[in-house]
Design a protein around this ligand. Structure first.
Ligand code: FES
Ligand code: FES
Length: 162
């Protein structure tokens, strides 16, 4: 298939790619642009490890073809914060022991981000529902729910979404 030029903004940085248009957003982010914090778990839309925010919505990047993302704004987990300046959600995941092997964590954090943007005070059922597309092999989900609750409290006491 013929390559096309695709424009993407990732974590505020603009990229122009020459790429076959049926490449997935996941492959483009990881293999061409080096955003390896976006994890490849199943590549079939089942695990949520590859979740990124695309134009304000959480998407499984393995299910988006790159032509569909042309011109879009993407945020990955490193776009929220880093070890020195963690986002409250990242801090809450660390504090709550919600990250064991850490493989699911980037996707969990991004799904949590969109949840709290839409619903700053979710109850436990709403948290579990919002994260139902994100699978974790390690934690049993209790610590993850606790992390989301901690992040919600922290963000609402500090005046809302950061
Ligand atoms: S890698 Fe995309 S949903 Fe699993
Ligand atoms: S922390 Fe290991 S898969 Fe979730």
């Amino acid at each position: 298939m013929e390559e096309k030029t695709i424009n993407l903004t990732v974590n505020g940085r603009k990229h122009e790619l020459k790429i076959t248009p049926n490449t997935t957003l996941l492959r483009a982010l990881r293999d061409q642009l080096g955003y390896t914090e976006v994890k490849n778990g199943c590549e079939s839309g089942d695990c949520g490890a590859c979740t990124v925010i695309m134009d304000g919505k959480a998407v499984n990047s393995c299910m988006v073809l790159i032509w569909q993302a042309d011109g879009s704004e993407i945020v990955t987990v490193t776009g929220l914060g880093d070890a020195n300046h963690p986002h409250p959600i990242q801090q809450a995941f660390a504090d709550s022991g919600a990250s064991q092997c850490g493989f699911c964590t980037p996707g969990m954090v991004m799904s949590t981000y969109t949840l709290l943007e839409e619903n700053p005070h979710p109850n436990e059922d709403e948290i579990r529902m919002a994260l139902s597309g994100n699978l974790c092999r390690c934690t049993g989900y209790g610590h993850i729910v606790q992390a989301v609750q901690q992040a919600a409290e922290e963000m609402s006491s500090s005046g809302g979404q950061k």
